[in-house]
Ligand binder design. Sequence first.
Ligand SMILES: Cc1ncc(COP(=O)(O)O)c(C=O)c1O
Length: 392
Amino acid sequence: MTRLSSRLASLHASQIREMMRLAQQVGAINMAQGAPDFPAAAEVKQAAVEAIHADHNQYTVPWGLEALRVAVAEMLGKRYGLRADPASEVTITCGVTEGMVAVLLALLEPGDEVIIVEPAHENYVPAVAFAGGVPRYVPLLPPQFALEPDALAAAVTPRTRFLILNTPHNPTGRVFTREELASVAELAAKHDLVVITDEIYDRLTYHGHEHIAFATLPGMAERTVTCGGISKIHAVTGWRLAYVIAPEALSAGIRKVHDYLTICAPTPFQHAALTALAMPESYYDRIRREFAERRDRLMEAFQAAGIAAEPPQGAYYVLGDVSAWKLGEEATETCRYFIQHVGVATVPGPAFYYGHPEIGRTLLRFAFAKQMSTLDDVAARLERGYARRHRQ
Ligand SMILES: Cc1ncc(COP(=O)(O)O)c(C=O)c1O
C-alpha cells in the first residue's frame, strides 16, 4: 500500500506558504515571506545573463566553481578572520536550506539529539527529521530574546551531538553578542558538540550591532559548520546559492551528500555570484542603510498601531506583540484577522516556536524586506486597523 514515511509525521505544512495563499486571495500586503520585493543589482543580473550566453550551462564540480569557493573564503577571511581552505573546506550548495539538510544527513546518526534555539527558521526541524535526529528546543523569551546559558546547558543529554544557531536571527532580529556566543562555545567544548550556524544575514546588522562569525571563537573552528548565502543580501532568493564551511573531514561527508542530492548549485548563478561577491563595500553599506530605514519605518508604524517590539538588531524580521489589539491568544486566528481586516499578511509566532508554541501566541512576524512605499502602505493599514479595533 502507498503510504507516507514516518519521517514526515512530526512536520506540519509551512505556515508561511499558507498565510501567503490567504493573502493572495484577499489582496493583503505580503509581509509574511522573507523575500525582497525590490530588484537585484543590475550588474549582478547582467552577470547571470552573460553566464548563460557564454554557455556556462552544464554541471560544475559538485562542490562549486573553484573561483567561487576562493571568493567565499577570501570574503570570510577579510570580514571575520575566518579561515577556510577553498579546496577542501568550502562547499557551494543550493541555498542554506539544502546546505543544512546535507550537513545533517552527512553528520547525524539516527537518534542523535540536536539543540535548536527557538523561535527558529522553519527549515531546521524538517532537516533534523529527514536525518532521523531528535530536536531539543531551547526558547528565547520575549521581549529581549536573550540566549540563556543555563537553559542551553539544561537541554544537553548524553545523546546531544549538535546545536543549531542562527545569527543575525530570524525571526527575532537578535544579533547575538560575543558573551552569548562564548557561552555556546563553552557548552560545545564541554560536551563535544558540533555547532551548525546559519549566518545568512551576516551583513545585515544595524546601529552598532556587529556580526561575529561563530567559528572564529577560540577553539570553535574545528567544531563549527558555518552556513551562509547570497539569497538575502543580494535580493536573489530564487537563485538557490549558498555555502557551507566545515573542517576537511566533515566537508568530505557534506560534499558526498550534496553531490548525490543535487549534483551542484545552478551554474550560471555560481558565475553571477562572483560578480555579487566582488561588489564594493559602498554597495553593501547602501543596502544596510536602506534596510535600517525600512526597519525604522516599521517600528514607527508599530508605535502608532499598538504593536510592541524591540527594534531588530539585524536580519529583516521583527516579532511584534499584538496583545493590545485584544484578539485573543489563538495566533493563527489573529494572523487571519490581520490578513482579512487589516490587509497585512504576517506569520503567527507559534510557527517558529516548535517546542513551546505558547510563547509565540501573541506574536506576529513581519518581514520588512519591502520597498518604502509598501511599508508606508502597511503603516497606514495598521494604524487604521488599530483605530477600528478600539472603536469596536
Ligand atoms: C535564517 C534563514 N536561513 C536560511 C534561509 C533560506 O536560505 P536559502 O535561500 O539560502 O535557502 C532563510 C530564508 O528565509 C532564513 O531566514
